[in-house]
Design a protein around this ligand. Structure first.
Ligand code: SAH
Length: 345
């Protein structure tokens, strides 16, 4: 067996230099097979054939940030902006609950309209109506005290991709007002406050090198988040990265397997971006070690407007259709959607 693969499988860890070497062999078929097989073995040992579902509610596409890769960046004057009311958010949850969702993810741009008070009110209303469900937030960087307020209001989990753990690369994806240090601090704050925390990054974002990816893996091991969201970068036509190449599906799949081995119990979604670049991307993600899917619960009328990247899938169907479609896709590769909160082990 490949020495590095063997070491990764045995110790669930590698140094940055070793990760670089491993990633440089990502198209070695035998190596891929070894790692995929081990990733699936670990995934099954921890979670059997269950796939957890998260109902994603994209409740605002207003954003005060201007990240170069993102379609809802402030500078995109062509974006049609929308916000959901608390009532509309609750209706998404009701529809989702009836379909078997037991986790709701409130995701949005960093939208100052949702003040701490408004947000805390939404959180407690959702938790009051659905006390048996987990509530996940994905609304960017906030002050420690704000995270604390949201936690006290009932939020259980928080998704905040670090985007890249390489300083220089981080600066090349974001305006000067943003920093990797601030992003990381948020993740540590969230952990300290008792959230189940999700980090993650885009695969193949402009300027990303094997060294950047190795740094991502080292950072993930150090942070040991409960969840890791990764998906290929996909250009959006109204951003500075419009003409850049999309990330690689195969590299994303390889990294999913590596992350499963690095953090065996991690909650690992087969992302919509993966399903956008490859018709069977999410199925392939599950076969590489993923154990979560995040179908869209946003009102159909708003879905196309939450356009982080071009050609995003599942923007035309009702929530029920999406769930049904995914159920079949998941079953086609030998896994089963379950109606559970799916907390971190
Ligand atoms: N404002 C929130 C939510 C961001 S959207 C936050 O800051 O966390 C969720 C994720 O979509 C981002 O973290 C980013 O990794 C991903 N994303 C954004 N633009 C993308 C693109 N062009 N291609 C692929 N993924 C993208």
């Amino acid at each position: 067996m490949n020495d590095l693969a063997e070491k990764l499988i045995k110790t669930h860890e590698l140094s940055k230099e070793e990760f670089i070497q491993l990633l440089n062999q990502a198209d070695d078929k035998r190596l891929r097979e070894q790692l995929t097989q081990e990733a699936v073995r670990l995934r099954k040992a921890c979670y059997g054939t269950k796939v957890y579902t998260r109902g994603l509610i994209e409740f605002t596409n207003y954003c005060k940030n201007n990240c170069y890769y993102c379609g809802i960046r402030r500078g995109n004057t062509h974006a049609h902006r929308y916000r959901l009311t608390e009532q509309e958010i609750l209706e998404c949850c009701q529809a989702g609950y009836a379909l078997g969702f037991r986790t709701f993810v409130l995701q949005g741009g960093e939208d100052p309209y949702y003040t701490d008070e408004r947000m805390a009110h939404i959180i407690s209303s959702v938790k009051e109506e659905f006390p048996q469900c987990a509530l996940t937030l994905s609304i960017g960087e906030k002050a420690y005290e704000t995270y604390r307020l949201f936690r006290e209001a009932g939020a259980d989990r928080y998704l905040l991709r670090h985007e890249t753990a390489d300083n220089r690369h981080y600066q090349s994806l974001h305006p000067e007002s943003m920093s990797l240090a601030a992003r990381k601090q948020c993740l540590y704050d969230l952990k300290e406050l008792g959230y189940q925390v999700g980090a993650g990054f885009m695969v193949g974002s402009p300027g990303q090198t094997m060294e950047c990816l190795a740094e991502d893996l080292v950072f993930l091991k150090e942070l040991s988040p409960h969840m890791v969201g990764i998906g290929p970068f996909i250009p959006h036509h109204d951003t500075p990265f419009a003409k850049e190449k999309p990330g690689s599906v195969d590299m994303t799949l390889f990294l999913l397997s590596v992350i499963r081995i690095l953090l065996p119990k991690v909650l690992l979604p087969a992302t919509t971006a993966l399903g956008t670049l490859d018709q069977r991307g999410r199925e392939k993600g599950l076969l590489a070690g993923a154990n979560v899917v995040m179908p869209n619960l946003s009102p159909v009328g708003n879905r196309k407007m939450y356009e982080l990247y071009d050609n995003k899938i599942c923007t035309g169907e009702e929530a029920a259709e999406c769930r049904g479609c995914l159920e079949n896709r998941v079953r086609s590769v030998g896994y089963y959607l379950v109606s559970e909160r799916g907390d971190a082990l």
